[in-house]
Design a protein around this ligand. Sequence first.
Ligand code: SIN
Ligand code: FE2
Length: 208
Amino acid sequence: MTESPAGPALEPLPGLKLWPGRLDAAAQAALRDAVRVALGTAPPYRPVTPCGRPMSVRMSNLGPLGWVADRSGGYRYQQTHPATGRPWPPIPPLLLDLWANHADPDRPPDACLVNLYGTDARMGLHQDRDEADLTAPVLSVSLGDTALFRFGPAEGGPTRSLRLASGDVLLLSGPARLCRHGIDRLLPGSSRLLPGGGRLNLTLRRAG
Ligand code: SIN
Ligand code: FE2
């Protein structure tokens, strides 16, 4: 096993749990390679928001269901890639193990959103609420350049930020399941994991 020992999580909000450096260098490289192969049949694309704005993050999905957005249908999960019409590739075993260890050993994830950030990409503050069961946690794995992750309580109020570095694992659970969150910016050059830089974020969910 190439994961680092889990150790105790940091918990900047109740239910928002961070395991810094959870994946060691070998596990990060293995996951990067597995995702790269999967994206060969599920090419990343830039979704367009319902109001017609292309997102700066390129996206794809792994697993039975994938999160998509477009002008006509809004935000939703579907079984196929919007451009190829093919089913999404399977979720790699390393991610399923992380979910079993940190999220829910009894109910596996059925969706993994793949977010690819170029140097200038960002993601506005939002809540993850397109899933059928909003009590099931969301588990996020970061690879590549460090990101400034902004978060605040679901009910509103001040936000704070933390750094998500390559190999970090973050859980949105319990009272933080619906926390507001987004990515302010990347710290370019902070990792050499991805050729050409940038960031790869994998977000596991129970969507259906
Ligand atoms: C997301 O909210 O889907 C992604 C957050 C991240 O990139 O860390
Ligand atoms: Fe999100």
